[in-house]
Write a protein that binds this ligand. Structure first.
Ligand code: HEM
Length: 271
């Protein structure tokens, strides 16, 4: 398997990177039964994967309609919050942002593949608060991202991607601790199999009726070994690993994986 997106080939630093895409390309699909995966998670870990504020139901209902417009009509389970009902139809996680007290805030989210955060931690947070842990976000990006939220036209669909490397093949990764604690056990000869490239493909669009904004997050995973068959892709990854800025490396804790990546790259060259 090769990953559909290879954002490491495009930038060595944090970036906004939002680009318009055709509205027909909004949802990538590609998962047979997202509802089964998400229902299992919500039954076991509700607070980690689902949260809503009281006043978010009208915009949630608009998200349901937007998904219906994209995928075709379907009966909406009456006992489920509309955003969750919508999220069950798509592989993506759905994050509803609405303007509250002058700030864009997360008012509901269905989060089945959170990258080291949980629904209960982030519900209600503003764009600034959500990105508190991201080095330099407030100084470099916040004002621009707020402007993008303000100016989002209804017909526009924006897309961005990010990536990281993790010793986990799980989509649901609410916390880093259990994953990072296993790094020391990895046999360097197995690094290409154990380490996964983790790509988030995100989209943003306006909810025209309620004025909210819908942010989607789709996580794609593939082992590093998936690069081995293509020398150009492998070389591009090696370059990206070496070129990542100190800030990006520190945020993503690439230092924890340097030796393993080096072993993987050495092993790949000698094959
Ligand atoms: C659409 C405009 C947005 C931009 C340009 C943006 C940008 C970023 C960037 C640069 C990062 C660091 C990792 C990466 O490279 O992606 C990040 C992390 C993150 N973003 Fe965003 N973001 C946006 C919207 C949102 C929204 C709507 C949410 C609401 C769920 C969100 C939640 C987060 C979280 C939870 C993190 C991880 C923070 C942590 O490490 O704890 N972002 N974002």
């Amino acid at each position: 398997m090769t990953l559909r997106h290879r954002p490491w080939e495009e930038a060595a630093d944090f970036q906004i990177g939002l680009k318009p895409i055709a509205p027909g390309d909004w949802l990538e699909g590609g998962e047979a039964d997202p509802a089964a995966r998400k229902d299992t998670l919500i039954a076991a870990y509700r607070g980690l994967v689902w949260a809503e504020t009281e006043d978010s139901r009208p915009a949630q209902a608009e998200v349901w309609e937007m998904v219906e417009a994209a995928l075709g009509p379907a009966p909406r389970p009456p006992d489920l919050p509309p955003l969750y009902a919508a999220a069950r139809r798509v592989p993506d996680d759905l994050c509803l942002m609405e303007k509250r007290d002058g700030q864009w805030r997360l008012t509901a989210l269905s989060l089945s593949a959170g990258s080291f955060f949980t629904a209960e931690q982030v519900i209600g947070r503003s764009l600034a608060e959500l990105h508190g842990p991201v080095t330099g976000f407030a100084e470099r990006f916040l004002a621009r991202v707020q402007r993008i939220f303000e100016g989002l036209r209804p017909e526009l669909v924006l897309e961005r991607r990010n990536w990281t490397l993790l010793n986990s093949a799980a989509l649901h990764t609410p916390t880093s601790g259990p994953i990072r604690s296993r790094i020391g056990e990895i046999d360097p000869a197995q690094a290409g199999d154990v380490l996964n490239l983790r790509v988030e493909r995100q989209t943003l669009r306006r909810l025209p009726r309620t004025g909210g904004a819908l942010f989607t997050i789709r996580v794609w995973l593939a082992p590093l070994d998936s690069l081995r068959d293509d020398p150009d892709r492998l070389a591009a990854f090696a370059r990206a690993w070496g070129a990542a800025t100190p800030e990006l490396r520190a945020y993503k804790r690439f230092d924890l994986y340097d030796d393993l990546v080096e072993a993987f790259l050495r092993g790949s060259q000698s094959r």
